[in-house]
Design a protein around this ligand. Structure first.
Ligand code: CAA
Length: 387
């Protein structure tokens, strides 16, 4: 029996900032952001979108296609948690009307959280082949205004159904993990924005990639040339590009070209959306599946990285006719429907979203009908509503 990814849903908020506008506002050469960082736009979440509402919206895109009664596990990986105690997944479970006997919780290890959830779900499905699991990554990447990290922000969520005999990606056995207690990026409890040691974080990311990719090859006897594509956590596109350059070093022209072409396809959505922390790697997977050329059985390698730091490499094989399960047009529309913000509007929204709204003040959303949003707190209890 194979366990793997059967459905993928994606949501990003309805506003964006153009990276060129940001570059001019910060007195930077636009090519530093466009080429040096590799981004062109970033999604901006206002006060009414958070990890919970985005996670609901991502899952809603496939919920009608699955057997809800079979979902036995619901996990959210996030570093944009909305409560220090209650799991974000409980709000989501309620909105999705999942059964009361579902096991549900939130995982935190920076951007690694969704991968941790997928690994738990993979093993759960292997033990319980008649049940499925929903795993969600949902985040808003926020750094302070006018810092080096500002250009690497973004917001969004990817949700997946993990089940037996999956329709999209069959997950291989095994993995290679590596962890170390370091301080490259973190967010203290009293801060709404991340603190980062930027240049050091890039070095650690590449070091963890080399370690886990090499270890995975040693454990499995697979070689770089066996992979049709390598996917990376994408805090910004240039970061994954650098890891891919390491991977193709010394490879034949054909292998290098294939991995470069598929990397470009995998980075297409992230270039527009920005960093969505836990879900960034999986937005890359969706982008590859919808924009790359893959044959059934193609081997895909995935490198997950969470600051602090935790790295993991694992793999999966593409299932025949996977494209019939995806809705490329809807995912592209999710990105193209966004409204452009001026830098001043972005700064206003950014500053407002850092604060919790006044209690008992109902927030209004400008989202399209059908999407969920955070409607403020009522007697300090968070309220979620559908537009
Ligand atoms: N044209 C083209 N390229 C240019 C250029 C120009 N005019 N000007 C500069 N560049 C290039 C630079 O040469 C550099 O390229 P290399 O990386 O190949 O050297 C690139 O643009 C970036 O320039 P800087 O390093 O000078 O940029 P910076 O110091 O302003 O900040 C950053 C870059 C450190 C990534 C910063 O954006 C940051 O701190 N981001 C957040 C941290 C992060 O994402 N780290 C990644 C690893 S941690 C992780 O993955 C977890 C996570 O999700 C956060």
């Amino acid at each position: 029996m194979q366990a793997g990814i059967d459905q993928i849903g994606f949501y990003t908020p309805n506003k964006y900032l153009d990276i060129v506008d940001l570059a001019y506002a910060r007195n930077q050469d636009p090519n530093k952001f466009l080429i040096g960082i590799g981004q062109s736009k970033m999604s901006v979440a206002d006060q009414t979108q958070d990890a919970v509402s985005m996670g609901i919206n991502a899952t809603l895109s496939y919920l009608d296609k699955i057997d809800r009664a079979k979902v036995g596990l619901l996990i959210i990986g996030t570093e944009s948690g909305v409560d220090q105690s209650k799991s974000a997944s409980l709000f989501i479970k309620s909105a999705l009307k999942l059964a009361p006997d579902v096991r549900t919780f939130e995982i935190k290890e920076a951007c690694f959280g969704m991968t941790a959830g997928i690994m738990v779900a993979r093993d759960y499905v292997r033990l319980h082949p008649h049940h499925s699991a929903i795993v969600i990554g949902s985040d808003i990447a926020r750094y302070s205004v006018n810092t080096g990290g500002e250009v690497t922000q973004g917001a969004g969520s990817v949700s997946m159904l993990i089940k037996a005999e999956p329709s999209i990606l069959a997950l291989s056995n095994g993995h290679s993990a590596y962890s170390a207690d370091i301080n490259d990026f973190w967010r203290p409890n009293d801060s709404a924005v991340a603190l980062v040691n930027g240049k050091y974080s890039k070095e650690v990311y590449l070091d963890f990639f080399k370690r886990t990719f090499t270890d995975y090859q040693n454990k499995t006897d697979l070689e770089t040339s066996d992979f049709s594509a390598l996917l990376y956590h994408l805090p910004f596109v240039k970061m994954g590009f650098k890891a891919n350059q390491l991977a193709i070093e010394g490879q034949t022209e054909a292998t290098a070209k294939r991995l470069e072409t598929n990397f470009t396809a995998s980075a297409q959505y992230s270039r527009e959306v920005g960093n969505i922390y836990t879900a960034s790697l999986y937005l890359g997977l969706l982008s590859l599946l919808e924009n790359g050329a893959l044959t059934p059985g193609a081997l895909i390698g995935l490198f997950s990285y969470g600051s602090g730091a935790m790295g993991e490499f694992y793999a999966g094989e593409v299932v025949a006719d996977y494209e019939k399960v995806l809705d490329r047009r809807a995912d592209e529309k999710m990105i193209t429907r966004r409204q452009k913000l001026t830098v001043t509007e972005y700064e206003e929204i950014f500053n407002e979203a850092l604060k919790l709204p006044q209690d008992n003040l109902e927030l209004k959303s400008d989202e399209e009908t059908g999407y969920w949003y955070f409607a403020g707190t009522k007697d300090h209890v968070r309220q979620y509503k559908q537009k």
